[in-house]
Design a protein around this ligand. Structure first.
Ligand code: NAP
Length: 545
C-alpha cells in the first residue's frame, strides 16, 4: 500500500501525486483502492464532506432509502467484503448504506488517503508535462498525471429559483442537502415541492409526523410499491451462496439489477395472462415490476397497457376521487422517467392531514413570508421541503471548473450539452476520466456495478499505460462524435427520449441544454463495447509517451 498522508497542512508548494480523485462515494473509494493497492500508485481523494459516502452522506431526508435491492447495492469486487456484510432489509435505508460505506473505508484503510473538508476549486492541464494542476478551497495545489472524477450523477442540488424564497419566514430545505441533526416536523405545516423518487419517499414519512402536509405536484408520477421487509435468514444465505451468479446477472443485463427481463412481449400475451402477470409483479413490487415484459420501454402500445394498469392501482388505492384523478393523470409513458418505488405513497393521501395541489393547473407564483402562493390560493407553511431533484450528470462536473488543453473550459466545450467518448473521456482533456459520466449507462443502472465496471476499465487502462510507458491518453474528437451519435440512437430507440420534461435530458434545470445524457443501449452491451475498445488497442483513444 502506497499511503500518502492526507492531513498535510495547507501550503502553496505543489504536492506531487500520480492521481487525484474527486469524491469519496462508491466511485472514489473503489478507484482509490484500485490505483493504490493494485497499481501501487500515489493517490489522494479530495472530498468536500467530513466523511465518506457521497450521495448517501448528503441525502439524509426522511424516508431516504435505496430503490435497488440491498444485495445488489454493494461492491462485488471482494468476496470477503460480500461475505462479511449483512444487510437488514430488502431496500436499505440511508443510515445503513452510510454504515456500509464507512465499513468499506475502514476495512480497506482508505481514510489516510482521503482529504476530507476539501473542495476542488479548479483543475487545469499542463500539456507540456502532461500533468493536471488541481487547486482546493483549503489553499492546496496538487500536481498529478491523472485526474479522475467520482462526483456522482445526482449530487448537485436543483433548488428552484422561485421568487420570494428569501422572504420566507419559516425554514426551507432541499432533500439533497439535509441537515445532519434532522428536522422535527411535529406540529408543523409542511409544504413539499416535487413528486419524483425523493418526494415520493419523503412524503409518507413527513406526513406521519407533521400537523399538515401540502404537496405541490407539477407532474404526476407512477410509483411501484417497494414491499420493503426485513431480509430472512434464507435470503441472506442465498445472496452469499449465489453471489457469483447474482454478479453475473447484474453485469450482463440491461440495468445492472439482479434480475432479467422476462422474455415476453405485452401485446403477444393474452390479456388475462397479462393481467395475472402484472398483478404478480405488483405484489412482488420494486423496480423488478418493469421486468414482467421486455418491451415496456420500446413499444408505445405495450407501454400504454402497463401505464393504465398502474393508473388503475392509484385510483383503487386513493379514496378521494379528485385526488386520485390528480395523481393518476400522468402525461408520460411508464418508466420513461425514472420510476419511483414507494412505501405507502398513494395510501398516504387517504390521511386527513395531507392535501395535493396541482401546480400545472395553478402554478406557484411566489414564496411569501408565510408560505407558498399559487395562481389561485396562498398556503400558509412553517417548513418548505424542496424535493426538486438535481442538476443531473453534468452539474457536479461543471462546478469543478476544469480547464483542458489550450485553456478550453469543460463548461465551454459542453455548452451545447455533454460530448465525450464512452462517458469516460472528453476530447481535449487528456488523462481526465469521469466515472459514470454522461454518455455511459450510469443513472439507467443500479449504480454500484456500473461504478465497478468503470473503475476496473480505468484501472486497467492506467496499468497498461504504466507498463507500456505512455504518459497521456485522450479521446479523439472523431470517436467522441461517433459515440454521441450512438447515445442518441440508443435513446431514440426507446420511449425514454420521448419525454420532454425529464432530467435525463436536463429539462428540469432552466437554461440547461437539452441532450439525452445517459447511454440507453444497455449495461451489458455497453461493457462489451468497452472491452472491445481495449481489444482493439484502445480504439478511439490517442496514446502518447
Ligand atoms: P426528480 O426526479 O428530478 O423529481 C423532482 C420533482 O420536483 C419532480 O416532481 C419535478 O417536477 C419537481 N420540480 C422540479 N423543479 C420544480 C419547480 N421549479 N417547481 C415545481 N416542481 C418542481 O428528483 P428526485 O426525486 O430527487 O430524484 C432524482 C433521481 O435521484 C431519481 O430519479 C433517482 O434516479 C435518484 N433517486 C434515487 C433514490 C433511491 O434509489 N432511493 C431516491 C431518490 C432519488 P417535474 O417532474 O414536472 O419536473
Amino acid at each position: 500500500m502506497n499511503t500518502v498522508a492526507a492531513s498535510s497542512p495547507a501550503s502553496t508548494a505543489p504536492i506531487t501525486l500520480d492521481a487525484i480523485i474527486i469524491g469519496a462515494g462508491f466511485s472514489g473509494m473503489y478507484q482509490l483502492l484500485s490505483l493504490r493497492d493494485k497499481l501501487g500508485m500515489k493517490v489522494r481523494v479530495l472530498e468536500a464532506a467530513d466523511g465518506v459516502g457521497g450521495t448517501w452522506y448528503w441525502n439524509r431526508y426522511p424516508g431516504a432509502r435505496c430503490d435497488s435491492e440491498s444485495h445488489s447495492y454493494m461492491f462485488y469486487f471482494s468476496k470477503e467484503l460480500v461475505n462479511e456484510w449483512e444487510w437488514s432489509e430488502r431496500y436499505p435505508q440511508q443510515p445503513e448504506i452510510l454504515r456500509y460505506l464507512n465499513h468499506v473505508a475502514d476495512r480497506f484503510q482508505l481514510r489516510p488517503d482521503i482529504q476530507f473538508n476539501t473542495r476542488m476549486t479548479s483543475a487545469s492541464f499542463d500539456s507540456g508535462h502532461n500533468r493536471w494542476h488541481v487547486r482546493t478551497d483549503t489553499g492546496q495545489h496538487y500536481v498529478a498525471k491523472f485526474l479522475i472524477t467520482g462526483v456522482g450523477c445526482l449530487s448537485s442540488a436543483n433548488v428552484p429559483d422561485i421568487p420570494g424564497r428569501d422572504d420566507f419566514q419559516g425554514q426551507w430545505y432541499h432533500t439533497g442537502q439535509w441537515p445532519h441533526e434532522g428536522v422535527d416536523f411535529t406540529g408543523k405545516r409542511v409544504g413539499v415541492v416535487g413528486t419524483g423518487s425523493t418526494g415520493i419517499q419523503a412524503i409518507p414519512v413527513i406526513t406521519a409526523q407533521a400537523k399538515h402536509v401540502t404537496v405541490f405536484q407539477r407532474t404526476a408520477n407512477y410509483s411501484i410499491p417497494a414491499r420493503n421487509q426485513p431480509l430472512t435468514p434464507e435470503f441472506k444465505r442465498f445472496a452469499k451462496e449465489q453471489a457469483d451468479g447474482i454478479r453475473h446477472i447484474m453485469n450482463t443485463n440491461t440495468n445492472a439489477h439482479p434480475f432479467r427481463m422476462a422474455p415476453r412481449k405485452v401485446m403477444e400475451t393474452h390479456p388475462a395472462e397479462r393481467q395475472a402477470l402484472l398483478e404478480a409483479a405488483w405484489l412482488k413490487g420494486g423496480l423488478e415490476f418493469r421486468a414482467a415484459f421486455n418491451d415496456t420501454l420500446i413499444d408505445a402500445e405495450a407501454n400504454q397497457v402497463i401505464a393504465e394498469f398502474v393508473r388503475g392501482k392509484i385510483r383503487a388505492i386513493v379514496k378521494n376521487p379528485k385526488t386520485a384523478e390528480m395523481l393518476s393523470d400522468i402525461d408520460h409513458p411508464f418508466a420513461a422517467k425514472r420510476p419511483p418505488v414507494d412505501s405507502q405513497y398513494f395510501e398516504t393521501y387517504n390521511r386527513d392531514n395531507i392535501d395535493l395541489v396541482n401546480i400545472r393547473a395553478t402554478p406557484i407564483e411566489r414564496i411569501t413570508a408565510q408560505g407558498i402562493k399559487t395562481s389561485d390560493a396562498e398556503y400558509p407553511l412553517d417548513i418548505i421541503v424542496f424535493a426538486t431533484g438535481f442538476d443531473a450528470m453534468t452539474g457536479s462536473l461543471l462546478k469543478l471548473d476544469i480547464e483542458g488543453e489550450n485553456g478550453v473550459k469543460l463548461k465551454d466545450y459542453w455548452h451545447a450539452g455533454p460530448r465525450n467518448y464512452l462517458g469516460l473521456q472528453v476530447p481535449g482533456f487528456p488523462n481526465l476520466f469521469t466515472i459514470t459520466g454522461p454518455g455511459s449507462p450510469s443513472v439507467l443502472c443500479n449504480l454500484p456495478p456500473a461504478i465497478e465496471q468503470h473503475v476496473d476499465w480505468i484501472t486497467n487502462c492506467i496499468r497498461m499505460m504504466n507498463e507500456q510507458g505512455f504518459n497521456r491518453i485522450e479521446a479523439t474528437p472523431e470517436a467522441s462524435d461517433v459515440w454521441c451519435n450512438e447515445v442518441n440512437r440508443a435513446a431514440n430507440a426507446t420511449l425514454l427520449a420521448k419525454v420532454k420534461h425529464s432530467w435525463y435530458l436536463g429539462a428540469n434545470v432552466p437554461g440547461k441544454p437539452q441532450v439525452f445524457m445517459p447511454y440507453a443501449g444497455g449495461f451489458g452491451h455497453y461493457s462489451e463495447i468497452c472491452n472491445q475498445v481495449v481489444k482493439e488497442n484502445y480504439k478511439g483513444f490517442r496514446l502518447s509517451a
